[in-house]
Design a protein around this ligand. Structure first.
Ligand SMILES: Nc1ncnc2c1ncn2[C@@H]1O[C@H](COP(=O)(O)OP(=O)(O)OP(=O)(O)O)[C@@H](O)[C@H]1O
Length: 268
């Protein structure tokens, strides 16, 4: 399992935000945010509440546009191609860039097995027979859940514990073979043991999927990320990245005193 900072043999895709600004109505919430999220690395987005981390994350897979009043400017490049370029299909961006949310959201009445394969139909991916079984096992293994559910594949997803449900959601995201996985505070509703289990899963996945995670937990950001971006929205100004860099440097030798204060838990 590659530790943070180690350079794994990356097979995910690089994601790059260029001068991304965002609005809800005429309220500007992000101002020209640029960030390189290289393949194979875990990037943590950190910063106080309301500085635009979730909005930025949602822009990375075109979920921001689901809000009627929302608009944006800038570019998001996946392996060099702008996912917002005219003619780019929304469904393709969502397939290649998966999302795991704060609250585990499996389909509760659907079986564990069917939860994993649920995204295939939505993306028009045909996998049948034994290949489907193999895919379910592969994704549940990568999600760190296989051993716990291998004998319960036909039970409803809603019958699993909260931590297991979140790992099921990770497995579901992986089934459509995304290049990037976005995670919005995926452990905030979980107990410490489940949190640890998900953190291990994140590190194990990092060599094949590029991961971008929003977290308020500084110990978690330190443990699992290779690089961090510190967002700040001061005195009613839109959110922007104040500082970013390798995680170790952000925690030990940050350039800006506000970063030092935030990572040390002195505000936010
Ligand atoms: N659907 C929405 N409609 C209007 N304003 C919104 C909406 N979602 C977020 N905002 C506003 O955008 C700004 C950024 O919010 P966002 O949720 O991205 O911040 P955040 O850093 O992720 O916060 P938190 O850490 O509390 O989740 C806030 O001022 C928020 O009120």
């Amino acid at each position: 399992m590659p530790a943070p900072g180690e350079a794994p043999a990356a097979t995910g895709s690089g994601l790059e935000a260029r001068a991304v600004s965002a609005w809800f109505g005429d309220h500007k919430v992000l101002d020209r945010v640029s960030l390189d999220m290289p393949a194979g690395l875990v990037t943590a987005l950190i910063g106080p509440s309301g500085c635009g981390k979730s909005t930025f994350l949602r822009i990375l897979n075109r979920m921001h546009e689901l809000v009627a009043s929302a608009s944006l400017a800038g570019e998001v490049l996946l392996d060099g191609d702008d996912i917002y370029a005219p003619g780019r299909r929304l469904i393709e961006a969502r397939r290649r860039i998966g999302m795991v949310f704060q609250k585990p959201n499996p389909f509760p009445a659907m079986s564990v097995y069917d939860n994993v394969t649920a995204g295939l139909k939505l993306t028009g991916t045909r996998v049948s027979g034994p290949a489907r079984d193999d895919l379910v096992e592969e994704c549940l293994t990568k999600g760190g859940l296989w051993k716990e559910v291998r004998d319960r594949l036909r039970q409803p997803g809603g019958a699993l514990s909260g931590g297991q449900q979140q790992r099921l959601c990770i497995a579901r995201s992986l089934a459509v073979r995304p290049s990037v996985l976005l995670m919005d505070e995926p452990c905030s509703a979980l107990d410490p043991t489940s949190t640890r289990r998900i953190e291990e899963t994140i590190r194990e996945l990092a060599h094949e999927v590029t991961i971008v995670i929003v977290t308020h937990n500084m110990q978690q950001a330190h443990r699992i990320s290779d690089q961090c971006a510190f967002f700040l929205a001061e005195q009613g100004t839109p959110g922007a990245i104040l500082e970013h860099g390798p995680t170790e440097a952000m925690f030990t030798t940050p350039k800006d005193p506000r970063t030092a204060d935030y990572v040390a838990g002195r505000f936010g």
